[in-house]
Design a protein around this ligand. Structure first.
Ligand code: NIG
Ligand code: FE
Length: 406
């Protein structure tokens, strides 16, 4: 591979410093270079980033890309998605539009369980094709790294097929073994004991983390603790879906177990905010899910102001957030969550990479992966400003062009 120079960019933006995660005021601290360049080395890592007037003399074989009229941001990191599903839930979307609730549909055997039936019927190759196509849609919105959960198999074969489909598409796999209780098990405890014995040993060889849906109609705190402790013993990092519809104790459990994150938090109150702020557990906020289900937005401003680690993600899934776009999430962050564009960017780059345990990306800085998104905009804040706009022009992953609208 030859080197690559992206020259004459309208703006280049990245968070200052090199630490992660970003808390409090640091989440908003970006450096914006007007009239800049990004230089990628032959190994796909960034060599330097700066103002055109400081561009060093280039040796060797360097390809050039004209960045006039474009703004460069770090590749976006979607740290919470559910892309390994077959079928769709458009019928339930209509029922909800007519007044049915998410919980009612799940309790009636629909929701997650209806996607589970469709996903169990899909062959592993079909799941691989489906995840790759969602990965490509995410790339089109500037996502260069994605996490993908299982949780629509809830049997051994399909859970493993989902994890392998995510890994083969280049995603970071999370075993969401405790997403819902499938009908062949008498209750949540019996299902979790079975999953720990029969699925965890193989799942822990593919997955990086484990996740559980702590909610009425899904898994209670004691069952979640049992599941997560077993997963931690198998070497997995811990994540929780918590406080989405009701506050059941997911935040204290996450703190007790040293989890990487609690995700959702739409129902989190002041005690939960304070507990997260005192901890190293990230709050992953999913405003599309709140919007889609007509729920209150999570307390993003309070979390950031209290010093909690805040990340943003799409929650892409067929039921509660059928949306692959982190730029849409950025718009919601700025219009519904009370965050600034700078904070939104930090929450879907540096902090999202931190949630996934990835230290080699999240900023435009020498030595990091050359994951770069060029926005068709004179100011990088169009990322959030242009609601559902076609703002992504070019995407580089490890210095290679993987998307270009040019
Ligand atoms: O994060 N809440 C649980 N899991 C997903 C939704 C999954 C589904 O409805 O299929 C979520 O919103
Ligand atoms: Fe989710």
């Amino acid at each position: 591979m030859t080197g690559l120079l992206v020259r004459d960019l309208a703006q280049v933006v990245t968070h200052v410093g090199d630490g992660a995660p970003l808390r409090g005021p640091d989440l908003a601290k970006v450096a914006v270079v007007e009239g800049g360049y990004v230089l990628v080395g032959e190994d796909g890592a960034l060599l330097s980033v700066g103002a055109m007037r400081d561009l060093p003399a280039l040796g060797g074989d360097v390809q050039e890309l004209d960045g006039a009229g474009l703004s460069a941001i770090p590749g976006l990191v979607d740290c919470h998605t559910h892309p390994a599903f077959a079928g769709d839930r458009v019928h339930e979307f209509s029922l909800r539009a007519a007044g049915a609730t998410y919980e009612e549909l799940l309790a009636a055997g629909g929701g997650i369980l209806s996607t589970t039936r469709a996903t169990r019927d899909a062959a592993p190759d079909e799941l691989r094709r489906i995840v790759a196509s969602h990965r490509d849609a995410m790339l089109g919105h500037g996502t260069t790294t994605f996490e993908g959960k299982s949780g629509y198999g809830l049997d051994r074969e399909t859970e493993l097929a989902q994890l392998e489909a995510v890994a083969s598409a280049g995603g970071v796999p999370t075993w969401l073994g405790a997403h819902a209780v499938p009908p062949e098990h008498p209750d949540a405890d019996a299902y979790v004991e079975w999953a720990i014995a029969d699925v965890l040993p193989a799942a822990s060889r593919v997955a990086v983390a484990a996740d559980v849906f702590v909610e009425r109609g899904a898994f209670g705190i004691d069952t979640a603790r049992r599941y997560l402790r077993a997963c931690a013993s198998a070497g997995l990092a811990l994540r929780l879906h918590g406080d989405q519809l009701s506050e059941m104790g997911a935040v204290p459990l996450a703190v007790e177990l040293g989890a990487r994150s609690v995700d959702h938090l739409e129902a989190t109150g002041a005690d939960g905010v304070a507990a997260l702020a005192r901890s190293d557990v990230a709050g992953v906020l999913l405003p599309v899910a709140a919007l889609y289900l007509g729920r209150p937005m999570p307390p993003a401003r309070a979390l950031v102001d209290a010093g909690a680690i805040v990340a943003l993600a799409t929650d892409f899934n067929p039921g509660s957030a059928f949306c692959e776009s982190l730029p849409v999430v950025a718009t919601l962050a700025c219009t519904q969550l009370g965050l600034t564009p700078e904070e939104a960017l930090g929450a879907m780059t540096v902090n999202a990479a931190h949630v996934l345990g990835l230290r080699d990306r999240g900023r435009l800085a020498p030595g990091l992966r050359a994951d770069v998104v060029l926005l068709e905009a004179p100011d990088w804040r169009h990322l959030a400003y242009h609601l559902a706009g076609d703002v992504v022009h070019t995407v580089l992953r490890e210095g290679r062009g993987v998307l270009s609208r040019a």
